[in-house]
Design a protein around this ligand. Structure first.
Ligand SMILES: Cc1ncc(COP(=O)(O)O)c(C=O)c1O
Length: 289
């Protein structure tokens, strides 16, 4: 057993011998798509949904993923098993492969990698004291199809996260080009006002998050009013709770935005309930597959 494993184009390889072309368009142009997933006790949370989103993202950029779902599942499971960690981060990346210029080549030889490494993020958001955010100066480009897929173009998010760190807080809030609330740097955002939950719709330029979809389902099962709605940043004055969702961190409470406390400045009850229900369901295996 090792603490990392790599599956490249159909077989397990050691990171030192994993050869990817320097002309790979994933490297030169960010021409590809990916998924990040959580593996618990050898099983990947929401694997079917993640594979569905990978294909959706690939479809948007006109990339044919060179493996079918059973082959990808087999490769991911092979790597997860080889790694042997009880909590691991799995990343599945497909790029368009080597090719010159901007125009996608007529014939492509895509590169597909599944990597498994130790999970370092916070798993149980319910136990978190909450994070602070600042509004980024960078806008989420809702006019671009890339805002709704998980492409290899993450530099806006990288810069926004760095901006947050310069302000001494954990994450940045991205508004879209219309000045409406979009997302965190690697998360969907939910806002609680008068006991009801709101989250921005896809047209606001947000990724159709896998955790977001679980939370929408959980909320309706728990009888919590929940809707997709365009959200103005002024809403944070009235919000009693705000939380972020991500496959690796689950549900993360936000306690401060732009130096202003959210609600009472500590994680709220609805956030706690959803975070606990979500992590319980994950640990019970309800969301595997
Ligand atoms: C921009 C963005 N939004 C939302 C998410 C959350 O998606 P998921 O719940 O599928 O992890 C991510 C995850 O990395 C992200 O990068």
């Amino acid at each position: 057993m090792k603490d990392h494993a790599l599956w490249l184009n159909g077989r397990l390889v050691s990171p030192g011998s994993a050869g990817i072309s320097p002309f790979d368009r994933g490297f030169t142009l960010g021409d590809g798509v990916f998924e990040t997933m959580l593996a618990l006790n050898g099983k990947v949370v929401g694997l079917t949904r993640h594979l569905g989103r990978l294909r959706y993202s690939a479809g948007v950029i006109g990339l044919d993923v060179p493996f079918d779902d059973p082959e990808l599942v087999h490769g991911i499971k092979e790597a997860v098993t080889a790694c042997g960690l009880s909590e691991a981060t799995v990343r599945l990346t497909t790029s368009r492969g080597p090719g010159p210029g901007l125009e996608p080549p007529q014939t492509t030889s895509p590169t597909t990698v599944a990597s498994v490494v130790p999970h370092t993020g916070m798993l149980h958001g319910a136990e978190s004291a909450g994070i602070r955010m600042v509004t980024s100066s960078i806008r989420r480009n809702d006019t671009s199809p890339l805002s709704r897929i998980k492409s290899l173009n993450y530099l806006d998010n990288v810069l926004a996260r760095a901006e947050a760190r310069r302000h001494g807080v954990e994450d940045a809030l991205l508004l879209n080009t219309k000045g409406l609330v979009a997302c965190g740097t690697a998360s969907n955002i939910f806002v609680v006002v008068k006991g009801a939950i709101m989250t921005p719709p896809m047209r606001a330029g947000v990724l159709p998050g896998i955790t977001r979809s679980y939370i929408l389902e959980l909320a309706s099962r728990l009888g919590i009013a929940c809707e997709e709605a365009e959200i103005c940043p002024e809403v944070f004055r009235d919000a009693t709770e705000v939380f972020l969702t991500n496959s690796l961190t689950g549900v993360l409470p936000v306690i401060e935005i732009d130096n202003m406390a959210v609600g009472r400045g500590r994680p709220g009850e609805i956030t706690h309930l959803l975070a606990k229900s979500y992590s319980d369901a994950m640990l019970a295996g309800a969301y595997y597959g």
